[in-house]
Design a protein. Sequence first.
Length: 95
Amino acid sequence: MPMLHIEHAISDYLTWRAAFDRMASARENAGVIRQEVQQPVDDPHYVVVDLEFATRAEAETFLAFLRANVWSARDSAPALVGAPDAKVLQLGQCG
């Protein structure tokens, strides 16, 4: 299944998490099947987010939505530092 993989620096985890949680219905409406938030053990000012979708089109559409409507607006992404590194991934093929 396709995965939207997002990494970015943040100024404050609690502020970032509150904004992330406010977007729960947007993720659900976009077709997110599973989500995971991680942080490096040595960097409290960085997050890694994986959002799983049923289709590549859903993942790409949500990425476009984030770029246009969330990451571009300080009110929507109050703890974001710089531009996120985001890409749609899928399970690699062996052989």
